[in-house]
Design a protein around this ligand. Structure first.
Ligand SMILES: [Zn+2]
Length: 180
């Protein structure tokens, strides 16, 4: 397995709508290697999700995994692969939450996201699945699926004034949260 180079904003691939993964491609050894490499890359950079355009592959493919130790999440999410995902809101309710992105290094910002959604996708073998997600899990799915349409979380922020460097986030935001 390899750790892949992450594309940052400014690279056109981050801003390009990705193409659907063809069914035949799923049987390709190189596609399966890409999934494994994305998993390895996500672990290396301690992300909870990674989309293929972030590793210079303009495909509708993302990986997600939220460890049980992640204090932002109510639930542990085992490693999952999203091929050609489709999101459907379950209602209109949104909530604010902090996000960061490997393609937008060193920053955090508050982003409003749907609180509950349904995800329809294929797994890495091409088997369709459907699930309902809420809270932080739903947020991660929305963040990764946005990448497949060339969007980053900055585009979704309601108020750019929350944009914060990670150092300042740790010093001020996290500290304030811990104290409250
Ligand atoms: Zn991202």
């Amino acid at each position: 397995m390899s750790i892949l180079k992450v594309a940052r904003i400014g690279h056109p691939v981050v801003r390009t709508a990705a193409r659907a993964v063809a069914k035949e491609a799923l049987r390709d050894r190189l596609f399966q290697k890409l999934v494994d490499d994305m998993r390895e890359t996500m672990y290396e950079y301690e992300g909870v999700g990674l989309a293929a355009p972030q590793v210079h592959e303009s495909l509708r493919l993302a990986v997600v995994e939220v460890p049980g130790s992640d204090e932002r999440s109510e639930t542990e999410v085992p490693f999952m692969v999203l091929v050609n995902p489709v999101l459907t809101p379950l209602d209109e309710e949104r909530e604010q939450g902090w996000e960061g992105c490997l393609s937008v290094p060193d920053l955090r910002g508050v982003v409003p996201r749907l609180k509950r959604l349904r995800l329809d996708a294929l797994d890495r073998q091409g088997k369709p699945y459907s699930l309902e997600a809420s809270g932080f899990f739903a947020r991660v799915i929305q963040h990764e699926c946005d990448h497949l349409d060339g969007h980053v979380y900055l585009d979704r922020m309601g108020d750019m004034r929350s944009l914060t460097f990670i150092k300042e986030f740790e010093d001020h935001v996290r500290k304030d949260e811990d104290e409250s």
